[in-house]
Design a protein around this ligand. Structure first.
Ligand code: HPA
Length: 237
């Protein structure tokens, strides 16, 4: 069954058991260039760049997910099901729904609420909340502690829509569901991990805040999220 439609390597061994997944292919390249040694590229299909290397002497891969649940749904499924990947840690950006989460704060998604049909369509899952893998979350909390990086552990919102006609809707989602921030991928990633009996976690850095209207530039987004990356890189094994 290898290669898959979206990943070109025919050798499973080229991908580590743990994959970090930023949305942006250039962020995957930045992580490989900045933090990894003995790097080998294993994917370039659609410019969705994937690399494996070592961090502090231990193996880890990094591959982009693209934006949105359909995209991360494809890549995470192929990695889990066909390349024997065990752990995927999404490392992304998010929009804060409350002034309590400030620009550049790191959030670990304890669980995710979504109005998306992804989980129902993919596997008949009816709930609108899915949890990340507790064992991964415990490890990520420990690494954040050891590195002295403060981290919120909260429920987030996965949305299919970036540009909503009703901008104010976020207030209701925060009040009703307790989501402190919004991104567009975790619900599909957590669902795929669940149905395939694999592990997934989601670390986010706040890139903008809907309540305070603060925002970072796209250049800052690409390069300045190193705290979150350092926590996730400790997953190398
Ligand atoms: N909405 C959805 N996804 C996001 C946002 C946002 O405001 N910011 C970063 N990712």
């Amino acid at each position: 069954m290898l290669p898959t439609p979206h990943i070109e390597t025919t050798n499973k061994e080229e991908i580590a058991k743990t994959v970090l997944m930023p949305g942006d292919p250039l962020r995957a390249k930045f992580i490989a260039d900045t933090f990894l040694e003995d790097v080998k590229q294993f994917n370039s299909v659609r410019n969705v760049l994937g690399y494996t290397g070592t961090y502090k002497g231990k193996r880890i891969s990094v591959m982009a997910s693209g934006m949105g649940m359909p995209s991360i749904g494809i890549y995470s499924y192929e990695l889990f099901k066909f390349y024997d990947v065990e752990n995927i840690i999404r490392i992304g950006s998010c929009g804060g729904y409350t002034p309590d989460v400030k620009l550049y704060d790191v959030i670990l998604a304890k669980d995710v609420w979504s109005e998306s049909s992804f989980a129902k369509v993919q596997g008949g899952y009816e709930s609108d909340i899915i949890e990340g893998t507790e064992a991964l979350n415990q490890r990520l909390k420990k690494y954040a502690d050891e590195l002295g990086i403060p981290m919120h552990v909260e429920r987030i919102h996965s949305s299919d829509v970036f540009y909503r006609e009703n901008y104010e809707e976020y207030k209701e989602i925060y009040a009703k569901h307790g989501c402190v921030a919004v991104e567009m991928e975790a619900f599909a990633l957590f669902h795929n991990a669940k149905v395939l009996e694999k592990n997934a976690a989601c670390l986010l850095t706040v890139s903008d805040n809907l309540a305070t209207h603060e925002a970072t530039t796209s250049e800052e987004r690409q390069n300045a999220f190193t705290n979150m990356m350092k926590i996730a890189l400790e997953m190398a094994e």
